[in-house]
Design a protein around this ligand. Structure first.
Ligand code: 4NP
Length: 170
């Protein structure tokens, strides 16, 4: 069976998308399902290419028991072709991805999602706020939004992949 390939995308790939990447990877590893998945993250900008995640992202992950290693990378058209699910953290980045896809891979638009559209606590605002110029508490808020959204995304995947047993709990 081919792994399910998932890419999270924000602007810098040092705050929001690494947090989402780390949470999903942690859940999948905890369930012993890592071989069924390939999970990655990137940024629509190259501002921080090669950097480790923001210290505040690593701190909030560690606070929730997750150790994470990643080097920021910039989204490419090849990524859009490669990944099955390309999941943006806000509308601006969503639009960038759709724009990149429209030049060469218009059929991939169906594979592009807003992460927060899977947040069961949110019905109208599907943007995950950018915490870069914010406080530690903003990183905690991003963590909580990502955690809820990833639980919702896993439920969505369970419905899509009926041959894969992802368990009953996120
Ligand atoms: P991210 O946050 O897109 O969640 O990684 C940001 C990181 C860096 C910048 C903006 C947002 N920046 O302007 O450098």
């Amino acid at each position: 069976m081919q792994p399910i390939k998932i890419l999270f995308v924000c602007l810098g790939n040092i705050c929001r998308s690494p947090i989402a990447h780390a949470i999903l990877e942690h859940k999948i590893k905890s369930n012993g399902l890592i071989h069924f998945f390939e999970i990655n993250s990137s940024g629509t900008s190259g501002f921080h290419t090669g950097s480790t995640p923001d210290k505040r992202s690593l701190a909030v992950l560690l606070k929730h028991g997750i150790q994470f290693k990643h080097y920021a990378q910039q989204l490419t058209p090849a990524d859009i072709s490669y990944y099955d699910y390309i999941i943006a953290t806000d509308h601006l980045n969503y639009d960038e991805i759709i724009n990149m896809a429209s030049h060469s891979l218009p059929n991939k638009a169906n594979s592009v999602f807003l992460l927060r559209s899977f947040d069961l606590n949110e019905k109208t605002n599907f943007d995950i706020p950018d915490p870069y110029y914010g406080l530690e508490s903003d990183f905690e808020e991003v963590y909580q939004i990502c955690e809820r959204s990833i639980n919702g995304f896993l439920n969505f995947l369970r419905m899509q992949t009926n041959q894969l047993h992802l368990g009953t709990q996120p």
